[in-house]
Design a protein around this ligand. Structure first.
Ligand SMILES: Cc1cc2nc3c(=O)[nH]c(=O)nc-3n(C[C@H](O)[C@H](O)[C@H](O)COP(=O)(O)OP(=O)(O)OC[C@H]3O[C@@H](n4cnc5c(N)ncnc54)[C@H](O)[C@@H]3O)c2cc1C
Length: 444
């Protein structure tokens, strides 16, 4: 990017809305935050840059929801429910989820990503959330530690939103970063790799399902040994609820020097999108030739954007660590549970997994949602306050939604009490979460 600058002239712009709570970003964290705040009585505006909700879950597309259960050899113990459970119930009514899929010491719930867009609309309507699509959160104005104005851009022009509380669910911490909250990009600038996700059909799922994850990995290893430069041998293939469709989490998008792209840099992001597509079609040809059940299959869709696992980790009053996750920490101010392993998509052909003890889970403390230096802002989802390794666990969809639900209720409580977001009574928040069906004490 050029070092040249120009001075943007000052101008008056229309005020678009003055909501009680502005939720920026309509991924799973944002859906839950908006629904929870509206349910608690706040007037909520949810802004999303795509034309649909779900974020990574529906724009990138995943094979399954992760982080729902603590896993024992003979039992799956639910650790996330509440609004996440409502989303799944709505999907189940549309035949858009299957049963749990287990492997190793983990389990996930395959779902149809396109149906998420519809049921998320239904949820927002049910809770009275106003949603504005195709709107980009561009900048903020901060007064005395409070975000007083959020500047947005869309096809209608540039507008101001004047919220009382803001919940940053952009995944990249766009609002918190613009407002001056401290953050770290991954670990010292090194993030997890992004991946372009894709689906193939028609796959003979019965034939393919006879292979274990280890079988798949061994086959991919042979292909790499035979000279095909696949970026990953540990690929995850999930049969979709739609017959004959398989979702593939297989690519690993790296710069030419082997390091991950900085996916907050638009030039690097553009290069990553191109590289992700190239890899997806490389896998298509390899799978058609070598993977049982795939000989007739073609790519039927690639996510609308590259999957971004990690960018800015906003620093909050508490920074969750991998030791806390893996040790099953249960702080008194826990507001959501998580049992997903630390899953690091790092250097090398394999993904690094560190599992919690069987049946174990951790609680995410409220302080992970309250960015330092800001008084009316909460963060939830993959940009919540955590270390690089801890984020590799709590970033998955179910705990992201759990954090969003807590943030939504907390924002409404702060409005009611006319206090800073970090000053609410966490005990009261926990009672509200339990009342609404969220899990803080899993029954195992
Ligand atoms: C490749 C990959 C594979 C994964 N696999 C799984 C899996 O199998 N299971 C699982 O449970 N999880 C998986 N995850 C993790 C998980 O999907 C995400 O971490 C989680 O969904 C994050 O949710 P979120 O709401 O915090 O953020 P996001 O999903 O990133 O949502 C952020 C939303 O904000 C919007 N937005 C961003 N910036 C702006 C802006 N400035 N203005 C307006 N809107 C904005 C985006 O469009 C998006 O809708 C995977 C992630 C990746 C990348």
């Amino acid at each position: 990017m050029s070092a040249k600058t120009v001075r943007e002239p000052a101008r008056d712009i229309p005020v678009l809305a003055e909501p009680d709570v502005l939720v920026a970003g309509g991924g799973v964290a944002g859906i839950a935050a908006a629904a929870a705040a509206a349910r608690a009585g706040a007037k909520v505006l949810l802004l999303e840059r795509w034309g649909f909700l779900g974020g990574t879950v529906s724009a990138v597309t995943l094979g399954g929801f992760c982080g729902i259960w603590a896993v024992r050899p003979d039992e799956l113990i639910p650790v996330v429910d509440g609004l996440f459970g409502q989303l799944v119930d709505r999907l189940r009514k549309r035949d858009a989820v299957t049963g749990p899929r287990r492997w190793s010491q983990a389990a996930s719930l395959p779902y149809d990503p396109t149906s998420v867009r519809l049921v998320a609309d239904e949820m927002m309507a049910a809770y009275g959330v106003e949603v504005l699509f195709h709107t980009w959160v561009a900048d903020v104005a901060v007064e005395d530690g409070r975000v007083g104005t959020v500047y947005v851009e869309n096809k209608g022009g540039r507008f101001a939103v004047r919220p009382r509380m803001v919940i940053d669910c952009t995944g990249d911490g766009d609002i918190a970063a613009r407002a001056g909250a401290p953050f770290e990009l991954g670990s010292g600038g090194i993030t997890q790799f992004g991946s372009s996700m894709f689906r193939m059909a028609p796959v003979d799922v019965e034939t393919f399902c006879k292979l274990s994850r280890d079988d798949v990995s061994a086959r991919m290893g042979e292909i790499v040994a035979g000279g095909t430069p696949l970026p990953r041998t540990m690929v995850a293939l999930y049969p979709n609820p739609i017959e004959g469709v398989v979702h593939l989490n297989a690519t690993r998008v790296a710069r030419e020097d082997g390091e991950p792209f900085d996916l907050t840099d638009p030039v690097q992001l553009s290069e990553a999108e191109r590289e992700g597509r190239r890899q997806a079609y490389l896998y298509e040809s390899v799978l058609r030739e070598h993977m049982p059940g795939f000989s007739r299959a073609r790519i039927v869709d690639i996510g609308a954007q590259i999957g971004i696992r990690e960018t800015r980790l906003v620093k909050g009053d508490h920074v969750l660590t991998a030791e806390e996750v893996l040790g099953g920490a249960k702080p008194d101010d826990g507001i959501a549970c998580n049992a997903w392993p630390v899953e690091v998509h790092a250097q090398g052909l394999k993904t690094v997994w560190k599992f919690l003890e069987p049946g174990e889970y951790c609680r995410i403390p409220y302080g992970c949602l309250t960015p330092l230096a800001l008084r009316n802002v909460l963060v939830a989802g993959r940009c919540a306050s955590s270390t690089h390794e801890a984020q590799a666990s709590i970033r998955v969809s179910a705990p992201s939604m759990g954090m969003g639900e807590a943030a939504g209720i907390a924002a409404a409580m702060a409005l009611e009490a006319n206090c800073d977001s970090r000053a609410i009574q966490v005990g009261t928040l926990q009672e509200a979460l339990r009342r609404e069906g969220a899990i803080l004490e899993p029954k195992g």
